[in-house]
Ligand binder design. Sequence first.
Ligand code: UD1
Ligand code: MG
Length: 467
Amino acid sequence: MDECVGGSHIMSNRYAVILAAGKGTRMKSKLYKVLHPVCGKPMVEHIVDQLSNLDIDEIITIIGHGSEMVKEKLGDRTKYALQEEQLGTGHAVQMAEPHLKDKHGTTVVITGDTPLLTRETINELMEYHEKEQAQVTVLTSKFDDPTGYGRVIRNEHNEVEKIVEHKDASEEEKLVNEINTGVYCFDNELLFDALKNVSNDNAQGEYYLPDVLFIAKERGLKVVAHTTTNPEETIGINDRVNLAKAEKIMKRRINEQHMRNGVSIIDDENTYIGPDVQIESDVVIEPGCKITGQTIIKADSIIGPNSEVKDSEIGENTVVKHSVVTESKVGNNVNIGPFAHIRPASDIGDDVKVGNFVEVKKSTIDTNSKVSHLSYIGDAEVGKDANIGCGTITVNYDGKNKHKTIIEDGAFIGCNSNLVAPVIVKKGAYVAAGSTITKDVPEKALSIARSRQENKEGYVERLNKRQ
Ligand code: UD1
Ligand code: MG
């Protein structure tokens, strides 16, 4: 046992079990319930995120439906126990027994469908449990509409007596608005011992985890409740109506955090930022943006309106308007858009301009180069100070393979040119407008590759006479 920092009480070993084996019938979905995303991240992953940094010795996730997909998402951040048949939440926890039996300490159990729960609340529950020296502590919430949740039934001394599921509750019990959030702390040894006595004699024919409270109480053990002051964190997601509610709450929470950190969000109702996005101060997010994945946006940049940025780094003082940027890096003082598409593996240097209706794919564009209008730059390396005229296209695909175009520093590509790859336009070279370039262009040369113009004098008059 370790002495807790602050020294007010003794902290014991801590374990966590996440229940994630259910199919989620009420979601009416091919996707297993705990994998449904909230702000772009699967519900169950939100819980694992919150549990890390909480000094938990071992996290065990109970998997069943969609087990391979859940494992793929969570990786080695948790251990797993398989529940082959979903016989109820009590049965699910029993699957963790091989990992946890004989261990001394506190086991926190969390249902996998409460994605809004924060580490602060989990920690508060664990500390309350330890301070009370209880054998069981359940986290409860007071809801105006408790429909569907298990109700917390207290005795005349206001002590927790038991939890009754909605489907098993009497009319009187249904009036109780204190609900079981599905988050508990148990004395680990008691938990697995008491689970042996849980039966499935109830409306759903399931082994209910909350029955452990009643069993512990009957054994004369200390069973307490800790009522959260943040009930909205504890909503359980059983259907898509609740999923949409969770999305809204999480979105607001993320946006407020950024605003407090110095980000201006012009229309926070209409701005969608993923939980792992980092944004520096004095960034302005205009309405209609979706910023997701491992994105970083550096100071003083303006994103939007109506832009989508995913898994990308945007430098300082850069503007991205009405554009899509995916898995790419964009430097400082860059102008993107309106209506540009930066596709994966692109690297846009400082002071670059990527203008209207320009698509860039798997290409680097170095400092101070401009691709201002209507171009496709794919599989290309563009040097510094290059000017790529309107309508330039890198012809990168021969139907089988992709080939590279290199445009060196200071090159000037005239409008409406095709650069048939593999091809190099060397330093400072010019390409005349309308050229189709199939051979390398030497340094500082001018390449013209278009048919010569012929003017037929008086042609229109002759034509009119004939008619
Ligand atoms: C459960 C609680 C209820 C509480 C509510 C809070 C029980 C019996 N009821 O009800 O008191 O108010 O959560 O949101 O515990 N699961 C498994 N294996 C199973 C069954 C479920 O892993 O055999 C998992 C599910 O994937 C889910 C979680 O346990 O993540 C909870 O199951 P769910 O069916 O959502 O229970 P609720 O009806 O919401
Ligand atoms: Mg539920």
